[in-house]
Design a protein around this ligand. Sequence first.
Ligand SMILES: NC(=O)c1ccc[n+]([C@@H]2O[C@H](COP(=O)([O-])OP(=O)(O)OC[C@H]3O[C@@H](n4cnc5c(N)ncnc54)[C@H](O)[C@@H]3O)[C@@H](O)[C@H]2O)c1
Ligand SMILES: [Zn+2]
Ligand SMILES: [Zn+2]
Length: 360
Amino acid sequence: MKAAVLREVGRPLEIENVAIGKPGPREVLIRAAATGVCHSDLHFVEGHYPTPMPTVLGHECAGVVEQVGSEVHGLAPGDHVVTCLSAFCGHCEFCVGGHLSLCNEPDTRRAKEAEPRLGTAEAPMAQFLNLSAFAEQLLVHENACVKIRRDMPLDRAALLGCATITAYGSVVRTAEVRPGQSVAVIGCGGVGLATLNAAQIAGAGRIVAIDRVAEKEALARDFGATDFIDASEGDVWKKVLGLTDGGVDHAFEAIGLADTASDAFRMLRRRGIATVIGMIPVGQKVTLNGYELLQEKQLRGSMMGSNQFPLDIPRLVDFYMNGRLKLDELISRRIRLDEVNEAFAEMKKGQIARSVITFE
Ligand SMILES: NC(=O)c1ccc[n+]([C@@H]2O[C@H](COP(=O)([O-])OP(=O)(O)OC[C@H]3O[C@@H](n4cnc5c(N)ncnc54)[C@H](O)[C@@H]3O)[C@@H](O)[C@H]2O)c1
Ligand SMILES: [Zn+2]
Ligand SMILES: [Zn+2]
């Protein structure tokens, strides 16, 4: 099958023919219908985070089940599924506590000595985040995907697997935004726009969107923003304090920069919570003013929106089908697999929401 392979940091992905295995007892073979291009993929291309190579990137996918292993009971060929990188074992301390996205047990991956899921024994290829979704097919653990209703369009469903679950989970599960609270979202890419939409669904009052690309304002307002700040003009946190009479209850950082994470903390009102969604490059430090801790402010990290994706994704599908979740507007461009490097270039400019690769 065809897949987009990363062989070296900083190099464009190359379309190659990659071998894929047969499902083991608890594995599922999926025919990809669509995969979104997320900034997290780009962080690994750029070497901000390490990953074993060669590998097939991509982690935001929806598709159709082709084959299931002998012990898989909840899925059958023909089922429509959304994948999630938060593969969970179901029995560790974090899973049992409901924090599936923090599961780190090896059970959901193949043992080192086993035939690899991707590539061959002679030329193995590392699977990226349990998924590797810039590919025509995926071989995953059954707890790395969830069945969805058949009437949900698969190209839009793909976005649920990362951008939307991360955004919605960050608002509802990590930060626990309450109706009427004020929210600021820094960065209006795929994840930030979905965060604005999630804040609206959660019943937030004032919703302030912030981006350095002024043209993002209309899109941000469409996703639920009541106010927009052009970050290229500077003084962002001061402007938020001015707009909201002393700061917001919740700030979300959806870029992945240490400085904007600091800003998220500064723009809070007393007892406010800053949730950092963005992946800050390894080695960078976030600085805070110590005295602001006396205002009982909190800084939180969010791994994939603290999701419980087998519950959350079908609910998000219902939100979309009921017209409350914006996915049509999140797809700026539908592209072919061999256009993935252009999608990264487009992403760096910051002008688009999401590019989605669609497969035949
Ligand atoms: N925590 C998680 O589990 C998780 C999950 C998914 C994505 N992420 C991370 O979330 C971040 C956002 O992902 P995305 O796909 O939406 O990215 P994106 O590139 O599509 O969007 C980033 C947005 O930030 C804007 N921006 C860039 N620099 C800015 C600045 N200095 N001030 C204001 N705006 C600025 C850009 O114009 C763009 O609109 C990435 O770091 C990604 O890795 C984390
Ligand atoms: Zn992602
Ligand atoms: Zn676990």
